[in-house]
Design a protein around this ligand. Structure first.
Ligand SMILES: [Zn+2]
Length: 115
């Protein structure tokens, strides 16, 4: 299963720790700009077993664990998308809204299940 993970640069060490713990194979790593964009292959079972992932239906993205999810609910990104939702506009992706996101978020925005 291929995951795309985007985090602010200052959070990249903790992301790399996670990726190592998952035994994930890095396909692409892009550190240009203020964020780290990582594409990696992981075992789908990791995600299935992982209660660490909460999905935000407003933002249409997976947001780390419950704690991070709570932080997410207070983030500008989420609030922005809530406002868009009430106007029936589609949510912005984290890429588009990342400037305001300053915590570790694991955004599994463009993942595909290939099993
Ligand atoms: Zn959200």
């Amino acid at each position: 299963m291929r995951l795309r993970i985007i985090v602010p640069k200052e959070s990249s060490p903790s992301l790399m720790e996670k990726v190592n713990a998952w035994n994930a194979e890095t396909v692409l790593k892009d550190e240009s700009g203020h964020q780290l964009s990582l594409v990696c292959e992981i075992e789908p079972s990791i995600l299935r077993d992982c209660d660490a992932l909460s999905k935000c239906s407003t933002c249409n993205a997976f947001i780390g664990d419950v704690k991070q999810y709570r932080v997410h609910l207070k983030s500008e990104w989420h609030k922005h998308n809530l406002r868009r939702k009430t106007r029936q506009l589609p949510p912005l992706t984290a890429d588009e809204c990342l400037a305001s996101v300053n915590r570790l978020f694991i955004i599994l925005s463009s993942f595909k299940w290939d099993y």
